[in-house]
Design a protein around this ligand. Structure first.
Ligand code: NAD
Length: 456
């Protein structure tokens, strides 16, 4: 295996050959990726089953189908995104044209986490290819079956000098972060996000950071409680809670807590049957370490629903807990598993205050029939994105940029935002040579008088 500095240099040489930049090239590579994803579908589904016990339904909807839709959307719009944008020129630029070119960064490093290991590695790659970049992919070491499929598929469809895969754990990632990439796209935890940003800062490499955090779901007393129950639990227990934008905890108005919880009990029965421990549609936890960490939270308060677990299979049933405070360990870090702590409120302003005291969440979900309250939440709290009366759905739309803010991330992607995440906006003034205004030069007589008339 070649050394990393040489690998990056090979990519740079290929990038500077200019071949990755034409529309025809990008279109062809996206179609190749689409065909490969279809061809590898059975292998990907099996690998997701091996690593995370994901059902075929979850594997298709949240990983494979998601990517195919993203490619379809990109192919449809790519030419219009690539065209340099003509913008107005101010009076100071009379006779010139002003253009914004979308320039590929060059060679991007794309580091992925384990929770949607196929999708979160390849969705950014779609943006990288669409924008005309080369890329090095670093899949997660915690999902070895999926990482192996990604490696095999990418090696089969793309020249090594164009897109390459480097498998490995923390040491590999650390070495990669020392290389002279032109852009780093990182998806993962907040603590590792800080490491990535620090490493990038040493070389002033632009970064996109897709991080995590504690995303609240808030249910007010005027909400449609039955739907709120179903939609919150669907968002929470998809992939057994191992979703960056899963509702981390629930704030419910005291007047409706009892009814909401009854609806939640019914919904869980409907989703996963009598015994989620053996359910074929319920995902398992990624490692023994993650299982032990989550099991530890079960003693933080009172378990209302669920709480069963089986270490051999790394599974904890969908669990709802109460009598939890912000001092409990379960509220001190991102849960990232199938445990939903329930907090109560009577005054929405207090909830707003509490959420403001926390790092800015990646997502926020508010359930209420009142447009006024919905607007209040949107305008008074800062968070990456979210939904009113739903969960997760904002991530699925190619028309909505997806990303965090502050500690939940920097930059965004999906749809056009993916293309932009891997592009530098290069501004160009095309100046006329037909005439030249002498007042701009320091030697001009009355130059300043003229300038003051135009500027200010
Ligand atoms: P992680 O930060 O532990 O690992 C992510 C990647 O970073 C892996 O490829 C890993 O090998 C690498 N890595 C780990 N430690 C490193 C280090 N010290 N130096 C350099 N690289 C290192 O995250 P994870 O456990 O794989 O994923 C879970 C986290 O990711 C959660 O916090 C979740 O919210 C977040 N996440 C965010 C999004 C999003 O789109 N915003 C999506 C999925 C997951």
């Amino acid at each position: 295996m070649e050394r990393l500095p040489e690998l990056v240099q090979h990519h740079k040489d290929y990038f500077y050959s200019g071949q990755t930049k034409s529309f025809e090239f990008r279109k062809k590579q996206l179609k190749t990726l689409r065909n490969a994803i279809k061809e590898y579908e059975p292998e990907v589904i099996q690998a997701l089953k091996d690593d995370l016990h994901k059902s075929e339904w979850e594997a298709y909807t949240t990983e494979i189908g998601f990517l195919l839709e993203e490619i379809k959307f990109t192919l449809k719009h790519l030419i219009e995104w690539m065209n340099p944008e003509k913008v107005k020129s101010p009076v100071t630029h009379l006779g010139s044209k002003s253009l914004i070119h979308q320039e590929p960064y060059g060679v991007s490093l794309i580091i992925a986490p384990w929770n949607y290991p196929f999708q979160l590695q390849l969705a950014p790659l779609i943006g990288a290819i669409a924008a005309g970049n080369c890329a090095v992919l670093k899949p997660s070491e915690l999902t070895p079956a999926v990482s192996a499929v990604i490696g095999k598929m990418i090696r089969e469809i793309y020249p090594h000098k164009y897109i390459s895969v480097v498998e490995g754990g923390v040491e590999t990632s650390t070495e990669l972060l020392k290389q002279a990439f032109d852009h780093i796209f990182f998806t993962g935890s907040v603590p590792v996000g800080k490491i990535v940003m620090e490493a990038a800062a040493k070389q002033l490499i632009p970064v996109t950071l897709e991080l995590g955090g504690k995303s609240p779901a808030i249910v007010d007393k005027d909400a449609n409680l039955k739907l709120a129950a179903k939609r919150i639990l669907w968002g929470k227990f998809t992939n057994a809670g191992q979703t960056c934008i899963a509702p981390d905890y629930l704030y419910v108005h005291s007047d409706v807590k009892k009814v909401l919880l009854l609806h939640m009990q019914e919904a869980l029965q409907e989703f996963y049957g009598e015994d989620p421990l053996t359910s074929e549609v319920y995902a398992h936890l990624v490692s023994d370490r993650h299982f032990d960490r989550l099991k530890g939270f079960l003693s933080n308060g009172d378990v209302l629903i669920g709480g069963q677990h089986k270490a051999d299979d790394r599974v904890i049933t969908p669990t709802i807990m109460e009598n939890i405070s912000w001092d409990d360990p379960v509220m001190q870090e991102e849960i990232f598993g199938p445990i939903l702590p329930v907090l109560e409120f009577t005054d929405l302003n207090k909830v707003i205050e509490e959420v403001r005291n926390q790092p800015k969440p990646l997502a926020l979900y508010f359930f209420s029939e009142s447009e006024q309250k919905q607007d209040k939440i949107t305008s008074s709290l800062s968070f990456g994105g979210g939904c009113m009366n739903d969960t997760l759905m904002h991530i699925v739309s190619p028309y909505l940029p997806f990303g965090g803010v502050g500690s939940s991330g920097t930059g965004s992607y999906h749809g056009k935002a993916s293309f932009e995440a891997f592009s530098h906006q290069k501004s160009i003034v095309k100046q006329t040579t037909k005439f030249d205004f002498s007042f701009r030069y320091p030697s001009a007589k009355n130059g300043l008088k003229m300038i003051k008339r135009i500027m200010g």
